[in-house]
Design a protein around this ligand. Structure first.
Ligand SMILES: [Zn+2]
Length: 343
């Protein structure tokens, strides 16, 4: 895909322009509808792509301009889920949310993001990455009134994700990333069936695959949860041994200001690692030297040809100006270390 050392990318979302959705807010509703919305999303995608390219990001994305929520926008397109019939559930054992209900067999009648991915592919020759929710995080964002089994529903979603992923690959996507923040919470399930369902989702793919496991956006519920995690965050330790054995190519992690002991990455030695070197829960823009320092620490545990500098998580809640600054810092910081490695 890319032979460049330390290719940079973002974990996911980038800020939306105010004419598309209310800015500096996650999951804000679309400001337009119908044909106007389709055109506005494409315009926003072009803009977001241009900002990534301008900042020197190597593996680019749609900046998630095409979705409102990283899980529910995908689920909205499926059969078997009733968005009118809502129940309150605890998301990731952390915060209550009103979520749609699974009321029948789930299925995907038509592609969800494939047209958007084709549009992105037309706009650039750089490698592109597309994010999908992972099966375990999907079931954690729903009330299940049909299967009555988290595991059964996860396997059904894995099959659906695999259909979508194969079409994204055919559309020219180079890396398909599955967002699985739930892997940081439900450790027994992760090892019993979480990683297995993820492998079902990537079955038969020839493009590269990634799993993104983070501590979430800088929202209050997540910030409060982080305060309970102590000085060393060792959550990754639980899933890493089995992930190392899995067929997933890339693991995307939160490493900047995250209290994750960097040596945990040793447990997935052999995998490519997207090292989060940008904190998305603060408006303070990292200096390139701070980014470089995080990457140097990670290099103790990741071979240089497998290190992919990235952001901790999505930047949708940040201002466009702050996000631009952080993208530039990521790019410049990676360049510093690239030069050291090739000197
Ligand atoms: Zn994330």
């Amino acid at each position: 895909m890319t032979k460049l050392l330390l290719p940079t990318s973002t974990a996911g979302s980038l800020p939306k322009p105010s004419w598309l959705a209310e800015p500096e807010k996650i999951w804000s509703p679309w400001a337009l509808e119908g044909e106007q919305l389709i055109e506005a999303k494409q315009d926003a995608l072009r803009l977001s792509l241009q900002e990534q390219v301008h900042a020197g990001i190597d593996i680019v994305s749609d900046g998630e301009q095409t979705r409102q929520h990283f899980v529910t926008t995908f689920i909205e397109h499926l059969d078997g889920v009733d968005f009118e019939n809502r129940e309150t559930v605890k998301i990731r054992d952390r915060y209550d949310a009103s979520v749609p209900s699974v009321v029948g067999a789930v299925s995907r009648q038509k592609p969800v993001f494939v047209e958007d991915a084709k549009f992105l592919r037309q706009q650039t020759n750089q490698p592109i990455k597309w994010a999908l929710p992972g099966p375990m995080t999907m079931i954690d964002t729903l009330y299940d009134d049909h299967y009555k089994s988290r595991e059964k529903l996860a396997w059904e979603f894995a099959k659906i994700l695999n259909q979508e992923a194969k079409e994204l690959e055919a559309a020219g996507v180079d890396i398909i990333q599955f967002d699985e923040p739930a892997f940081n919470v439900f450790f027994d399930d992760v090892n019993d069936w979480g990683i297995a369902t993820l492998e079902r989702a990537i079955e038969g793919l020839k493009c590269e695959t990634a799993v993104h496991i983070c501590y979430g956006y800088g929202i209050e519920a997540n910030n409060n949860w982080k305060k309970t995690l102590g000085s060393e965050w060792r959550q990754y330790e639980k899933a890493f041994p089995q992930l190392q054995q899995s067929k997933i190519d890339i693991v995307s992690l939160e490493c900047q200001n995250s209290h994750v002991p960097m040596d945990l990455i040793e447990l997935i030695r052999g995998k490519k690692v997207m090292v989060g070197a940008i904190d998305v829960a603060t408006n303070t823009i990292e200096t390139p030297e701070e980014v470089a320092n995080t990457l140097r620490k990670a290099l103790q545990f990741v071979d240089a040809d497998k290190l992919y500098p990235a952001t901790n998580c999505g930047m949708a809640p940040l201002s466009r100006q702050v996000a631009r600054g952080k993208l530039a810092a990521l790019s410049t910081g990676a360049q510093i270390v690239r030069q050291e490695l090739t000197a």
